[in-house]
Each structure stands twice: as C-alpha cells, then as structure tokens.
Design a protein around this ligand. Structure first.
Ligand code: NAD
Length: 419
C-alpha cells in the first residue's frame, strides 16, 4: 500500500473524461475518438506589420479548424496577448460541439492573434487584421472556413477581413459573419446570444416548474451577453437582483431597473456600480447572493472547487459565458443537485444567427428581424429539448447529455463521409 496522498485529477483530465463519458455512452471506437479530438487542420502564422512609429513588429497568429464533417468550419477570431495554440484548439473544439448541437451545417474553428488590441492604434489594428487575413486566407472561404468576432475583435475588424479576402477572391460577404449591417450583417445578431439564453431559460422554466416571472436572477457580466439577457429576462417579469461588471456591481432584492441600467451601463458604457438604484457589491459578493438563476456571462473558469462551487445558493446555473465552470466544480454542483445548463447549448444563439447571416449572404437577400428571431427560437429550443430528453431518459447531467448528442452527430457525419 502506498502512503502517497490521493491524487487530485487535473481539470484537463476531467474535461477529457467528460468527452470519454459521452463517447462511452455512444460506444465510439478508438479511431473515431481520435478523429473527434484531433484538429482537422491547424495553422500557425507570422503576422508582420509596420507600427505607427516606423518599427516593424511580428505577432503570432493561429487558425485551427477542428472539424468540418458537417459543413464549413465556423468560429471567431480573438486578439488577445495570451492567445496560444492550446487555447485556440480548445475553443475550436467547443465550436464543433456547439454547431452540431444547434444542428446548423457548420463545423468548428477558432483563430487568434497574440496581441493586445488596446495597445494598438486604429491603423495598427487594421494592419494586424489585414496581415493575418492574408496569411490565413488560403484556408478561408464561404464553403471552407468562416470567421466571426470574438474577444478583442468586432464588426469593424470583420469588415477589414472581408475587404482583404474579397480583394483576392472577389466579393465574398459569406466569408465572415458578425459584419456591420451595411456590409451584409444580419439584423438581430447583436442581441442573439442573450436572447438565446433567455429562450433556454423559458423552456427550463416550463419543464421544471421554475416560473421566470418574479424569479430572482443574478448575472456576472453586463456586456453584450449579460445586458441583453437581463433585458429579455426582465421583459418576462424576472427580477434581476444582482449584477456586476469588471469594476463591481449592484444588488437590489426587489429587482434592478433593467431598462435604465441597460441604457446606463450597456449603451452609455458607464460602470454598473455607478448606477443609482441598488446597494453596491464587490465582484466576490455576487457569488453569495441567494437566487433562482445564476448566470455567469463574463469570464471562463469563475466557478471552481476553491471558489464558489460548494457555496453557491441558486436553483440552476446557466452558462452564458464560455467555460465558466471548471470540470471539478461541475462534479461538486452535480453532487449538490444543482443543474448546470452548459455553455455550448445556451450561448449558441450567436452562432445560430451567424448561420442565418451566412445563408442570407449566399442568397443575397435580407431577413426581417421577426424572421431571424422566429428561426432562432425554433433552433435553440429544438437543441434544448433534445438535451432535456437525454437528461430525462439517461439520467445524466446536462453537459453529458449535450456532449452525447453533439458527438453522435459529428461521428455520424464522419462515418457517412467514409471516415
Ligand atoms: P463583453 O466584453 O461585451 O462583456 C463582458 C462583461 O463582463 C463586461 O460587462 C465586463 O465588464 C464584465 N467582466 C469582465 N471581467 C469581470 C469580472 N472579473 N467580474 C465581473 N464582470 C466582469 O463580452 P460578451 O460578448 O458579453 O461575452 C461574455 C461571455 O460570453 C464570454 O465568455 C464570451 O466568450 C461568451 N460568449 C459571447 C457570445 C457573443 O455573441 N457575444 C457568444 C457566445 C459566448
């Protein structure tokens, strides 16, 4: 017998074990597990530009196409000082499961440039975008790989990417989504992720007897996703009792005045904590608030074993942000009987409307906002219901159920293609 202390499983190992749990449920063969875990193609490029002061600088960029069995690869491009290949591979993999679960005809991809966009002038930002696009354009295309905005990039960056790509390939609006509306962006894209999160909450609310009206919602992050989901949840009568941004936040047991806070913090870009209408709280205090719906909508890795998993006081966690719950925390919440609606289900609204944008570009027509929202509702509730049925039938956690469906779809596509 050994006297060594029990080994704690690493987060990476548990993430892998999540994949394995679903792969075991499906009885996937070893070769198929390798196809579904290895990236289809991974490209590392130099990104040289001339800075405003005349110096030449070279950044490192990545584009990873994880899987394209179900359609062209799809995923954002982030500009971030810590972007690296491992992170980009992980995010590209998540995109494969997200597009499969949403049942849209895309695979998964992600890109990144290791640069701090806040330290670049607008001209330098444009130069980085164009240089990176030139290097990776050989693997892009409306039927190959379609980027979108992500952390540190926006609609303007996508407009430069479109221009650079089109200079070689001819007018190609469908090569990128998240574009300005003027250049073929879709109505409803800006609010799509927050709207999709609330559509999932509505479904859950009906299925599990947790009416949204008068229920208490706590949201970490009041940016694009957090602000819009607060807006739509409040429209349905929910009370958003607490929210934070990077500088702290507010609590109000009766519910914050969301239309006014939306204007103050999202439209006018002022700190949440400066809004009059609640008691100030720190970012840490947010996690102690008793609520029905806890919605992380800011950062990854915020619900951890050491952090809040053992103390959260909520009925359900709704992962609006990407990867907010570490795998170990996931297990703790499962033991505590708190369901976690996983990120690649509930935050799929953005990529679903990106798919509509791509489809509109290929057909050279524009959908009304009503059509976008109706189709978004149909797609995301179908994904939610498919996951719910597996949760009920197989008595597995929501994340495992979602993985099982996504893996099965991608594996089936691979098999049909003869792989
Ligand atoms: P955003 O930059 O618009 O907003 C982020 C918000 O989080 C801001 O309010 C910011 O102040 C806040 N924040 C940052 N650090 C914080 C901290 N320590 N404590 C509390 N709040 C903090 O970003 P977004 O587009 O809303 O994305 C939020 C999350 O949702 C990210 O994980 C992103 O990957 C994910 N996501 C976004 C989309 C989309 O369409 N925007 C789609 C899918 C997933």
């Amino acid at each position: 017998m050994s006297d060594s202390p029990p080994r704690v499983m690493s987060a990476g190992a548990i993430a892998k074990s999540q994949f394995d749990v679903a792969a075991d449920i499906l009885g996937l063969e070893a070769y198929m597990r390798r196809i579904l875990t290895m990236p289809f193609r991974s490209m590392t490029v130099e990104v040289p530009i001339r800075m405003d002061d005349g110096r030449r600088e070279v950044f490192r960029g990545y584009r990873v196409q994880h899987n394209g069995a179900r359609g062209p690869c799809k995923g954002g491009i982030r500009f971030h000082p810590e972007a690296d290949e491992e992170e980009v591979v992980g995010l590209a993999t998540t995109m494969t499961w997200k597009t499969a679960l949403a049942d849209i005809p895309f695979g998964g991809a992600k890109g990144g440039v290791q640069v701090d966009p806040r330290k670049l002038s607008p001209r330098e930002l444009e130069a980085v975008t164009r240089s990176f696009t030139r290097r990776i354009s050989i693997i892009l295309g409306p039927y190959r790989d379609i980027p979108a905005p992500d952390m540190g990039t926006n609609a303007q960056v996508m407009a430069w990417l479109l221009d650079e790509y089109s200079a070689r390939a001819g007018y190609s609006p469908a090569v990128v989504t998240g574009k300005p509306i003027m250049l073929g962006g879709s109505l409803g894209r800006e609010e799509a992720t927050g709207r999709g999160v609330v559509y999932c909450m509505q479904e859950y609310s009906r299925d599990f007897g947790l009416p949204l009206k008068d229920s208490r919602v706590v949201i970490q992050g009041f940016g694009n996703v957090g602000a819009y989901l607060a807006h739509f949840a409040a429209e349905l009568g929910a009370k958003v009792i607490g929210t934070t941004d990077v500088d702290g936040g507010l609590f109000n047991q009766k519910g914050l005045d969301i239309p006014k806070l939306f204007q103050h913090a999202y439209r006018d870009r002022k700190p949440v904590a400066e809004f009059k209408g609640g008691q100030r709280i720190t970012n840490e205090q947010l996690w102690d608030l008793s609520c029905d719906w806890l919605v992380p909508a800011a950062l990854g890795g915020v619900i951890t074993k050491e952090g809040h998993a053992r103390t959260l006081d909520c009925k359900v966690v709704v992962e609006a942000a990407n990867s907010p719950t570490t795998p170990i925390a996931d297990r703790i919440l499962e033991e505590r009987g708190i369901p976690v609606l996983p990120d690649f289900l509930v935050n799929g609204g953005g990529v679903i409307v990106s798919y509509f944008e791509w489809a509109q570009n290929l057909q050279q027509l524009r959908w009304s906002l009503e059509q976008v929202n109706t189709e978004l509702h149909q797609k995301i509730t179908a994904a939610y219901r498919a996951v719910r049925d597996v949760v009920k039938e197989k008595k597995v956690p929501w994340r495992t159920a979602a993985y099982t469906i996504a893996l099965a779809r991608v594996a089936e596509a691979e098999r049909l293609r003869g792989n």
